[in-house]
Design a binder for this molecule. Structure first.
Ligand SMILES: Nc1nc2c(ncn2[C@@H]2O[C@H](COP(=O)(O)OP(=O)(O)OP(=O)(O)O)[C@@H](O)[C@H]2O)c(=O)[nH]1
Length: 828
């Protein structure tokens, strides 16, 4: 069996086993040892791949890399049989290995005492020499970003043969970015890194996720994205994932290489997020002043009066030390009323007259990305590398005493950032909804147009791994006509060929090869459909595996409603609530402020369930109890729907006459009926623009521009707007906007958008930035005081404990955390 097959034939069980806690520690240790031995002649990806293939055996990896001998295929040593002509290279390699092992044994404290002995080269044999294979660039696991046609060649063909697959081997392989980072830093053993929920992650701890192992860090990919025009877009991010960046389309532009520092040392590289931007515009005396801001929507969700006292969710709020955002004090940032032509208008008009440039670039003209309109987009959340090791599997306790939670949350809702004179910059967060501004003739009256627009709902699919989220979403899209018969036949055919026939509907959402090969969602997939009543629904298919919780958070952070998919087969919901991601996802969506949940009680077709009402009621009772305990009003804000994602029952059509479940579920709503009647949240479209950037790339629809993806949290934007990227403080002008793959003139709160900007430095773009109105930029800070709830503490949180702060689409390692008060024990 070739190595290639060995990679591709990993089964689901194999995959899950890979996620044991020792994985990274063993791999990192082996990488260190191997690097010492082989020097710099091999890149990290090759070392990692070789180690994985040889089950972390440094000895075997050395044999393969230095001797060119596959130790597994190597016959017993027969020194005599070696022919002179073949001995030479093998002997040279053996000598090199021996020298290396000797040097290593004496020089490296990392190498075990037995290693030098183990590394003693085996005698060269003709057979060994003959097995020296050619260089194996094609064996490098393809990065998740490399797009592939959704209905394109099956993974079995593409992995080794496509240019995208081989590209990482030639350049700086994403595969090993996390490991490269680790090898350059002191390593904290994963065993010392507790899983502490969504807000406290081991920032300096060895990466744990498959995402990292597979090098799927999106930001900073050195691999240009292939165009997918004409095909469905694989590997296209939302945010995805995320958490959850919503995946931009790969078809847009080639992805710009990002400064190596971002790949190697994400913590250091984020120095660009220092709190004060535009030094020239910032009077130094004012830096010490404080801005005023009420909690963001995210924080309000965490500390809302309703339910927070009952909620197990993490509690997060900003309270102090906001260096003021000073822009409103500067004449440079005086708000422009747009009652006269703006400087941009003059420039555009002049360009149009002199060069007639506007002709081809008018909004609404075809974009190279249009072809992917019906294809889900993938995204990994924010910069998944930084999220490594962040999972937090649930504890066995389901409920917490309410009085303890109330105590924990007491006073949080009253917290405010300290008042200060210079608080205009915070107006976006503190001022009431302003009246709609006067609209100049040339500008779109967004408030008026928004009122005419179809309702739009963002859904995130959450739940324990394998509950059927992707299958349900994929089958729903197929039945709704978003995926056509031809595409679906291709999915069935390719999935069957790969031995993954039961995942064919999941393949509609799980577009990249790693996801398909392993039957696990990694990045957040995004797609859209229009319901029978005409409302637009965006689906964010989040991963269920505990290693990808950060991506799930990214997706959930952008959703209005969560669809919780649970497996109705006996024991599954109990497991998901005790130690699985059903529990964790519910806690997270509650803490993210998602007010409504639709529960799809799935796999009702399973022989052990057979559409039995008793099973459905058992699941409903268990979940209702848990959700009530964390603060959901189950009666008014939770709906339960029995489904079979695999059979496609009760998804878009109600159960037909003669169905076995009609005895107890006759003429009741199917899933699409429920989605079609959910209340649409009110969007703050008149507030200053706040768009959370989930992904970015150099290039765009206008020359010299950059492109950013994300969701508009509040406010609106239109072509020609003057905006600012915070906390960089970089000015930009909106050149092009797309919503759901369509070029539009404007976009507003709730929209997942792609925006081309003129002005910003592409090298400084990253997930986590906030695109703001230039005249009302978001305030920034470098200090946060928060209350946190630790789901499953394994070691005490002390001074210096490495944490990652998830704020919107930002995942930022935090330095020097200080524990001010303790209440965690009591909270348990
Ligand atoms: N019998 C039955 N099997 C189902 C149903 N829905 C999903 N499955 C199977 O469950 C397995 C996992 O399905 P997925 O859709 O990948 O599950 P998921 O929740 O998206 O998994 P992750 O995204 O990795 O968390 C596949 O083998 C599906 O065929 C269902 O309604 N009935």
């Amino acid at each position: 069996m070739s190595r290639h097959r060995a990679v591709r034939n990993l089964t689901r069980d194999d995959f899950d086993d890979d996620f044991d806690d020792d994985y990274d520690a063993r791999l990192v240790q082996a990488m260190l040892e191997l690097r010492e031995i082989v020097g710099d002649d091999f890149d990290d990806a090759e070392l990692e791949e070789t180690l994985l293939y040889y089950d972390y055996s440094v000895v075997k990896a050395v044999r393969w890399l230095l001797d060119g001998v596959d130790p597994d295929a190597e016959p017993a040593p027969k020194p005599k049989a070696a022919a002179p002509a073949q001995k030479k290279p093998a002997a040279a390699a053996a000598a090199a290995a021996a020298a290396a092992s000797t040097a290593l044994a004496t020089a490296s404290p990392l190498v075990s005492s037995n290693l030098a002995r183990l590394l003693a080269p085996k005698p060269a044999t003709p057979a060994a020499a003959a097995t020296v294979p050619a260089p194996r660039p094609s064996l490098t696991v393809r990065p998740l970003l490399a797009g592939k046609a959704a209905a394109g060649p099956a993974p079995t063909r593409a992995l080794a043969s496509t240019p995208a697959a081989s590209a990482p081997a030639a350049g700086s392989p994403l595969l090993s970015a996390g490991l490269a980072n680790l090898l350059r830093k002191p390593v904290v053993a994963p065993s010392t890194a507790p899983a502490v929920g969504c807000a406290t992650l081991g920032g300096l701890v060895a990466p744990k996720t498959l995402h990292d192992r597979l090098g799927s860090m999106r930001t900073g990919s050195p691999v240009p994205r292939p165009s997918n025009s004409g095909t469905a877009g694989a590997g296209l991010p939302v945010r995805a994932g995320t958490p959850g960046k919503l995946v931009p389309r790969a078809s847009m532009v080639p992805r710009a290489p990002v400064a190596p520092a971002k790949l190697v040392a994400p913590v250091a590289a984020r120095a660009d997020l220092a709190p004060v931007m535009h030094p020239a515009a910032v009077p130094s005396a004012a830096v010490a002043t404080r801005a005023t801001a009420t909690p963001s929507p995210f924080a309000r969700g965490l500390v809302s009066a309703v339910g927070m006292g009952d909620c197990l969710a993490p509690i997060l709020d900003w309270v102090s030390q906001y260096p003021t955002c000073l822009y409103p004090d500067s004449p440079k940032y005086a708000p422009f009323a747009f009652n006269v032509p703006s400087p941009d208008d003059f420039v555009l008009a002049a360009q149009a007259q002199s060069k007639n440039l506007n002709k081809g670039n008018a909004p609404g003209t075809s974009s190279p990305a249009k072809s992917a309109a019906t294809t889900p987009k993938k995204g990994s959340g924010n910069n998944s590398k930084k999220n490594a090791g962040s999972s937090s599997s649930g504890a066995t306790t389901v409920q917490a005493p309410l009085n303890v939670m109330q105590e924990l949350t007491a006073g949080v809702k009253d917290m405010r950032v300290a008042a200060a004179a210079n608080s205009a910059a915070a107006s976006g967060a503190t001022t009431p909804e302003p009246a709609a501004p006067a609209v100049s003739k040339k500008r779109v009256d967004i408030a008026a147009e928004y009122a005419q627009r179809a309702a739009h709902l963002n859904l995130v699919m959450v739940g324990h791994v394998d509950a059927g989220k992707s299958t349900l979403t994929g089958h729903l899209l197929y039945q709704a006509g978003v995926v056509d018969d031809r595409q679906m036949r291709a999915y069935h055919r390719d999935a069957a060929k790969a031995g993954k026939g039961s995942f064919s509907y999941a393949w509609v959402m799980d577009q990249n090869e790693q996801e398909r090969a392993r039957g696990v969602t990694i990045d957040v997939g995004v797609t859209h459909l229009t319901t029978p009543s005409g409302r637009k629904v965006t689906f964010l298919d989040a991963p269920g595996h505990r290693d990808f919780v950060p991506n799930m958070i990214g997706g959930a952070a952008q959703a209005d409603v969560a669809v919780l998919v649970v497996d109705a087969t006996p024991g599954q919901v109990e497991m998901g609530l005790s130690e699985g991601q059903t529990r964790e996802h519910l806690l997270l969506v509650k803490s993210l402020g998602i007010p409504r949940i639709v529960v799809a009680v799935n796999k009702m077709d399973h022989p052990m369930v057979n559409w039995s009402r008793a099973h459905f009621e058992r699941v409903r009772t268990l979940l209702a109890s848990f959700m009530a305990g964390i603060g959901y009003n189950v009666e008014s804000h939770v709906v339960f729907v029995p489904t079979s994602a695999l059979a496609g029952e009760n998804l878009t059509q109600r159960l037909p006459h003669g169905h076995v479940a009609r005895a107890w579920y006759a003429d009741q709503p199917c899933l699409l009926d429920v989605l079609d009647t959910l209340p649409i949240p009110t969007r703050p479209i008149l507030k200053p623009l706040r768009m959370l950037v989930t992904d970015s790339t150099k290039g765009g629809m206008a020359s010299g521009s950059v492109t950013v993806w994300g969701r508009i949290e509040q406010g609106s934007t239109q072509i020609g707007d003057s905006v600012m990227l915070m906390p960089l403080g970089q000015d930009a002008t909106v050149r092009h906007i797309e919503v759901k793959d369509e070029a539009v003139k404007w976009a507003a709160a709730g929209d997942h958008v792609m925006v081309s900007l003129a002005g910003p430095d592409p090298q400084q773009l990253s997930a986590g930035l906030v695109l703001c109105a230039r005249d009302a930029p978001v305030p920034v800070t470098n200090r946060v005081e928060a209350k946190i709830l630790v789901f499953e503490p394994k070691v005490p949180i002390t001074m210096g404990y490495p944490v990652i702060l998830h704020q919107g689409t930002l995942n930022e390692p935090a330095k020097n955390p200080r524990v001010l008060t303790k209440g965690l024990d009591r909270a348990r």
